[in-house]
Design a protein around this ligand. Sequence first.
Ligand code: UD1
Length: 368
Amino acid sequence: MTIKVLNIVGARPNFMKVAPVYAEMKRRPNDFEPMIVHTGQHYDAAMSDSFFEDLGMPKPDVYLGVGSASHAVQTARIMIEFEPVVIREKPDWVLVVGDVNSTIACALVCSKLGIKVAHVEAGLRSRDRAMPEEINRILTDSISDLLLTTSQDADENLEQEGIRGDRVKFVGNVMIDSLLEHLKIAETSTMREYLGVEAGRYGVLTLHRPSNVDDREVFAGILEALLSIGEKLPIIFPVHPRTLGKIEEFGFAERIAASNIRLIEPLGYIDFMRLYSGAKLVLTDSGGLQEETTVLGIPCLTLRHNTERPVTIELGTNVLVGTEPEKIKEAARKILDRSEHRFEVTIPPLWDGKAAARICDELNRFGK
Ligand code: UD1
């Protein structure tokens, strides 16, 4: 008897986590009948379609088309659109990943319908409840039937919250399955040539957290540091639509245009991998990039006061620098003073490219 699974994607950081799981399920047709449901939380070609192409994922079986809105409206719309899909498809499991609004919305629908939920990347905690993602993580974990974790600190977090035993399984990091699978392919991308940059001679920046870009003063402080770092190292900045809007609203566009920070469109998965894998330094407030730089040994300065991914600091290249300009500049200076652009790192346990297989094994073990 096959297990029918609805795999949920919604926002950019979901696609590279679901792709390897879906592919593994397809390789086990006697065990799994997988489908892809896209909520439409992200909908621009650059934020969504290009990832399906790069990751070799088929078009979603179901597209809910919810689009952007406030948190409440977006979450509610996903729930309203997803509920009839669950009733119609009668899955045995729904698999959600990460911490975006699509994750909690779909998990909540299933918990009320008595459909089992597996949460991939469970147990991460920033302990910062001002982050919408932290609320999504806590709530999703509390109602999921199977909690699949990327690191041992996540297991400890869940245990502290009273979630333990057979429900929690340490399977490793499925996003790294995608990274390792596409590293060679990324070498064929001409993104560096297109931008005219050479390995080790540029920095890469991503910035989109509401706490960093929605507050003018915080954003201005970060920008001051970036302009200063840019005097020594050109910075390529694929800019998230939310951030682009704020740059225009706050009147930062001219200063950036006159600087060594180069704004470009958001990149697809392969082109972006080609870009950050050659960077001397990555500056980011993303979650996933902290992990990707750790695996590749690329110095990463995280422009946040906390991280839900402490293993990237303990074993990897990540340094939390906050948002205070002097601290960011000082940390960047230390990296720029080094001659080599790779760090020795210990790859965290089970970030080995086989997490999707372990996820499928666990689902199989639980069965229908
Ligand atoms: C969402 C996730 C965040 C993740 C990020 C990755 C939540 C709560 N947040 O944040 O955890 O790190 O995705 O990108 O789920 N927009 C477009 N085109 C799109 C999508 C969004 O222009 O395809 C614009 C819209 O103006 C929208 C804004 O970006 O209002 C924010 O999008 P939204 O999905 O609400 O949150 P993100 O900031 O992308």
